[in-house]
Design a protein around this ligand. Structure first.
Ligand code: NDP
Length: 282
């Protein structure tokens, strides 16, 4: 048996096209501002890609680049300015931040109505309350891939491997809201392989190259690999040993070309969602 490949590139392209169609009909141009502090090369690439994808979808996107030595107070002043700017619908602060800046203080300073990353505690709380909100882009993208692949979730045993605030926890909240029976596993889980083997839907977000082996996967499971890791030989691999897993799973996302493209597409969708909600309330 060989698993069906869930094509994130295609699903993301469709989502970007639907966002572009939505922006074209709005009568205004939604604004997205990315704040980048320092010169981390990976962050620079992400930010450039976000800007380019947003502009192609009819969103006015720009990046504010601040030097690595910027103080927390200066970043907070920039956020305050963006909160007050009516043309700005979405604010995203690229993580990680330099050590002198507390990420928590910066995230909490963002107007929750403009928090397109969905990291503000108000949006986190709404998500866990099951109330519609701005949802973190990566887990939102995973939900869209599950939907696009026709994976039923109601009553299904789902395992989320990883409990970060960015991926694991919001992922578990979304799967719970979709009526899956959810287990969250992490570095203190006693028998990870056994937990994984029970899962009908397995979402891996650990940041450990190819940690999930083929024999950890239940035959016929749907496997979503959030991981993006650079192996010692330079290859880009997921948290799942893809070739092994594909022999057992019913469906699996590739790395690259699975969850990755969905994250930016969901950011664009969140920007339009934020714009529509805020401007309707204004
Ligand atoms: P974090 O490092 O914040 O969290 C990793 C989680 O995995 C933690 O909960 C940790 O457990 C758990 N973990 C780590 N090692 C083990 C282990 N040996 N056994 C069991 N659990 C373990 O990572 P993120 O959630 O930010 O990212 C996870 C992966 O997803 C990374 O590869 C990252 O690159 C990728 N990613 C991809 C995105 C995309 O767009 N496709 C976006 C964001 C992330 P504990 O809490 O106990 O420490």
């Amino acid at each position: 048996m060989s698993a069906r490949i869930i094509d994130g590139k295609q699903v993301a392209a469709e989502l970007r096209a639907s966002v572009a169609a939505r922006t074209a009909g709005l009568g205004y141009t939604p604004g997205l501002v990315v704040v980048l502090v320092g010169d981390d090369p990976a962050s620079s690439v992400y930010v450039r890609n976000k800007d380019r994808a947003a502009n192609a979808a009819g969103i006015a996107a720009r990046t504010i680049r601040l030097p690595a030595a910027t103080t927390e107070a200066a970043v907070l002043a920039v956020i305050a300015g963006l909160n007050a700017d009516a043309a700005v619908d979405g604010i995203l602060v690229q993580l990680p931040l330099p050590p002198q800046i507390r990420a928590r203080a910066v995230i909490e300073a963002i107007d929750p109505a403009k928090d397109v990353d969905g990291f503000h505690p108000i949006n986190v709380g709404r998500l866990h309350d099951g109330v519609a909100s701005l949802v973190p882009c990566t887990p939102l993208g995973v939900m869209k891939l599950l939907a696009a692949s026709g994976t039923p979730l109601r009553g299904v045993r789902a395992l989320v491997l990883g409990r970060s605030a960015i991926v694991g926890k919001p992922m578990a909240a979304l799967l719970t809201a979709a009526d899956a029976t959810v287990t969250i596993a992490h570095s203190r889980t006693a028998d990870l392989a056994a937990e994984c083997r029970r899962a009908e839907v397995l979402v891996a977000a650990v940041g450990r190259p190819e940690m999930v082996r083929g024999d950890w996967i239940a035959p016929g499971a749907v496997v979503i690999d959030v991981g993006i890791n650079r192996r010692a030989d330079g290859a880009l691999v997921g948290d799942v040993a893809g070739a092994e897993a594909a022999r057992v799973a019913a469906a699996i996302t590739p790395v690259p070309g699975g969850v990755g493209p969905m994250t930016i597409a969901c950011l664009l969708e969140n920007t339009v969602t934020a714009a529509a909600a805020r401007r309707a309330a204004a």
